[in-house]
Write a protein that binds this ligand. Structure first.
Ligand SMILES: Nc1ncnc2c1ncn2[C@@H]1O[C@H](COP(=O)(O)OP(=O)(O)OP(=O)(O)O)[C@@H](O)[C@H]1O
Length: 462
């Protein structure tokens, strides 16, 4: 568990007596991109806040590889479901610790008799760091990015709702925040809410329980823009879907903007009412796909630059190649490299250093994407024998899958062209190069092959 791993790291930095007195007194709950640390009383809370929180946050981010990861410190013995207000993130306080933490945020988060303003109660905050300016465009997200900019830049509701879907860690949330931030830039007074579907459901349950349903309805139905993430979470929650349906209609009728994100195409969302799925498709539905190597490298370079680091070409291609399944993992790898550089006071990054810093992650990746596995998966998919991958036959039914397997090996492993050639029946490196070029060309011109390639890519990387 994350907290246990954090403690193990802290044990190397903090005396045992302090660990036992202050840190082991905390109860930890990991929930969505955050670690909740629950202190039994204000003394423990203040001690942890003043002396250990920055280190905890540092380790939590390194361990999760997520530099957005938050550590939330509160008094209590369990995370309330739902909390009456958003717990106070301590990220900023970590950067600027005050000598005595204000008591207010902690008691406020746990005291339902002191309701916060409505906007605080029913919302997740927009993240000002997720903007269009730091969203790197590539083939895989071009349409989603263009549509999001259009929605953020214009008050008209041509694309309403905008529905963004795609796999884990590919940038859906980033685009939603970017839209919200852009709307607020243009219309500073606009009422824009970003919320996880789960939060919407929990807040609604809480509103029902506290006889605040009218306030809840009024709040959502009077927004200028509503952004709901992880819409798949509504599945099977009939009462919430009903309420959302009415909110949705009210906003649409009022020409207010609705932006939704999900892991699936609307039609494929199980457990969601048909009338909602139909409405999701009324505006524009855009997909974010897994980024190709060039986009991964561009994202990596941008993130490194933002962190004040210049990555040599071989290093950025190396990391981009090895962390291919999603951008969160890619970011995590970069964070780890940066953290190792800081720890070792290194300013120039080299391949050796990166390989060493990412040793554990690379080892687990190697198990997943080996050339042997690529050959096996591709052969199974096209219903040919694995030995056909090495054979001399030029028959199209085996030659094409072989070329695809070679192209995937080039894309997903760090083997050189001659090494790939060797693995595929001792072929010359020029044959591999030709295969990669041919597959790239076909992916552009033949949608069926493009789809097959993507399915194989996903199978091998998820
Ligand atoms: N094109 C991009 N350019 C820069 N950063 C990106 C890009 N795409 C994603 N990221 C970053 O990758 C991380 C994961 O992205 P995000 O949280 O938006 O993914 P998601 O699709 O919403 O995933 P999930 O379904 O798990 O919520 C974030 O830190 C985000 O800023």
């Amino acid at each position: 568990m994350l907290w246990q791993q954090c403690l193990q790291q802290l044990e190397q930095e903090v005396p045992d007596s302090e660990i036992n007195t202050w840190l082991r007194a905390l109860h930890a709950v990991e929930k969505r991109q955050a670690l909740y640390l629950l202190a039994p009383n204000t003394i423990v809370l203040q001690q942890v806040h003043e002396h250990y929180l920055p280190r905890i946050l540092f380790h939590a981010r390194i361990l999760t590889g997520d530099n957005e990861f938050d550590v939330l410190l509160q008094i209590g013995s369990s995370v309330p479901a739902p909390p009456p207000v958003s717990p106070q993130p301590l990220t900023n306080q970590h950067q600027h610790p005050s000598p005595t933490p204000p008591a207010q945020p902690y008691s406020k988060a746990w005291n339902p008799t002191q309701p916060a303003p409505v906007s605080e109660r029913f919302a997740n905050a927009l993240n000002p760091r997720m903007t269009f300016a730091n969203f790197v465009e590539g083939k895989s997200n071009q349409l989603a990015c263009a549509a999001s900019q259009q929605v953020g830049d214009h008050a008209d509701t041509t694309y309403n709702p905008l529905f963004i879907y795609g796999g884990v860690g590919l940038g859906k949330t980033h685009l939603m925040h970017a839209i919200g931030n852009r709307i607020l830039e243009r219309e500073p007074g606009a009422r824009v809410i970003y919320v996880y579907a789960e939060r919407f459901v929990n807040d609604m349950i809480s509103a029902i329980r506290n006889s605040r349903m009218e306030e809840f309805k009024q709040h959502y139905r009077s927004l200028d823009a509503l952004l709901i993430d992880d819409i798949q979470f509504f599945a099977g929650k009939d009462r919430s879907m009903e309420e959302f349906f009415h909110t949705f209609n009210a906003l649409l009728e009022g020409q207010k903007r609705i932006i939704l994100a999900s892991d699936k195409f609307p039609r494929d969302l199980d457990g969601i009412e048909d009338r909602l799925k139909t409405r999701f498709n009324w505006g524009l539905t855009v997909q974010i796909e897994s980024p190709d190597l060039e986009t991964r490298v561009a994202i990596l370079r941008k993130k490194a630059e933002d962190a004040g680091l210049r990555l040599p070409n071989d290093v950025s291609f190396f990391i981009g190649k090895r962390f291919h399944s999603n951008i969160r993992d890619l970011e995590g790898a970069l964070q780890r490299v940066i953290a190792s550089m800081r720890l070792k006071c290194i300013t120039q990054v080299t391949m050796d250093f990166v390989q060493n810093a990412l040793r554990d992650q690379l080892a687990s990746q190697d198990k997943m994407v080996s050339m042997a596995n690529i050959k096996k998966v591709v052969a199974q998919y096209y219903n040919i024998r694995i030995t056909d991958m090495d054979a001399k036959s030029r028959n199209r039914s085996v030659a094409r899958p072989r070329q695809i397997a070679m192209a995937l090996s080039k894309e997903l492993t760090n083997h050189s062209l001659p090494e790939i050639g060797d693995e595929f029946g001792g072929r010359d490196h020029t044959t591999v190069l030709h295969a990669c070029r041919k597959v790239a060309e076909l992916r552009e011109s033949d949608p069926k092959l493009e789809e097959e390639f993507r399915i194989l890519f996903r199978t091998l990387t998820s």
